[in-house]
Design a protein around this ligand. Structure first.
Ligand SMILES: [Zn+2]
Length: 336
């Protein structure tokens, strides 16, 4: 089992989160609806699993309140068949959580727990509850029943419906400091070079698990190709539609996210003329060349369009990716 509670260790940056949760458990003031909020790659699910395990365990280990890993309830949970634990998740990644899924667990919510302890519902991602599903859930959040707990994972930057948020307490998980992430990353992926550690840490906005995933899946190479394509467009070596076609084949949000970071650097460079302000130092020469020629208004307009495009991708609005990319890349082409 991946999730061996008992000797389970949370990564270092979740320790303060756990001590807050632990305090709430000790004081008996854990909210019935707890939203765990933050970027992807921070281990929010691991925190949620640890809490669910603790709530279900018949004899949590004090003072940390971690599940014992040995009682009947822990064994049931580890085998994936705990009758008092339910997951509310989309049928496939990127799909919504539908109202029927909420309705399906409502009789179970109304019944008493089978193991005589808590009942726990883990909702992931809570930002994928569609409006009907959220409405169906509101009453349960308002009147959860005794010893029933909802743990909702909210992945940034997607929005969480305010009706859900307002009925829960929110715990935010933040990225740890860069100087703490790099040694941790080096332990996880020992073959990585020092400069790769710094690079993926920036690419992942400091989220350690995402940075490790980037290292393992060669995301630096994809980022490099993104840069090569963007440079080639400016040099008239490749057409906007060719690049759009090749980009549309990969998961798009992270590519747009890197591009957006470079645009932010470009804006800083134009406003301050100070290359030390640039976070992505490996692209500083290209950005300086653009900064000299581009109109700041055009850069801002491209930045807004890219932000909007990312937003539509996150909200899964029906969009033609190829067209959207062509528009953005054309805006880039026109900068100089
Ligand atoms: Zn136990």
């Amino acid at each position: 089992m991946a999730n061996m509670i008992g000797n389970m260790e949370l990564p270092f940056w979740l320790e303060s989160s756990w001590s807050q949760v632990q305090q709430m458990l000790t004081d008996d003031r854990l909210p019935h609806g707890l939203v765990i909020s933050g970027m992807l790659g921070l281990g929010k699910r691991q925190l949620a699993d640890t809490l669910a395990a603790s709530l279900l365990c018949h004899a949590p280990v004090m003072p940390q309140q971690l599940a014992c890993g040995q009682c009947k309830s822990c064994l049931l949970r580890q085998s994936g068949s705990h009758p008092d634990l339910k997951y509310l998740q989309p049928e496939a990644e990127g799909k919504a959580i539908l109202v029927d899924m909420v309705r399906q667990i409502q009789p179970w919510l109304a019944a008493t727990s089978q193991q005589g302890g808590a009942k726990v519902v883990l909702i992931e991602p809570a930002n994928e509850l569609n409006a009907n599903a959220a409405n169906a859930l509101l009453k349960n959040l308002e009147e959860p029943g005794q010893n029933t707990f909802f743990i909702l994972l909210h992945h940034w930057p997607k929005p969480l419906l305010p009706t859900i948020r307002s009925r829960c307490q929110v715990h935010t998980v933040l990225a740890p400091a860069a100087e703490q992430v790099q040694p941790w990353l080096a332990q996880q992926v020992p073959e990585a070079k020092a400069e790769q550690l710094i690079q993926v840490q920036q690419m992942a906005h400091g989220a350690p698990l995402l940075a490790a995933d980037y290292l393992r899946h060669d995301a630096p190479a994809q980022r490099h190709q993104t840069l090569v394509d963007l440079t080639a467009i400016l040099r008239n070596q490749i057409s906007v539609s060719e690049v759009a076609e090749s980009w549309a084949k990969d998961p798009l949000p992270r590519r747009l996210d890197w591009w957006l970071q470079w645009q932010q650097d470009l804006i800083k460079l134009q406003q301050t003329q100070d290359s030390q302000q640039v976070i992505n130092q490996d692209v500083v020469k290209l950005l300086q060349a653009i900064a000299r020629k581009a109109e700041i208004k055009a850069v801002f307009s491209l930045y807004d369009d890219t932000l909007q495009a990312l937003d539509s991708l996150y909200q899964r609005r029906n969009i033609n990716q190829q067209l959207m990319l062509e528009k953005l890349l054309y805006g880039w082409y026109q900068l100089i």
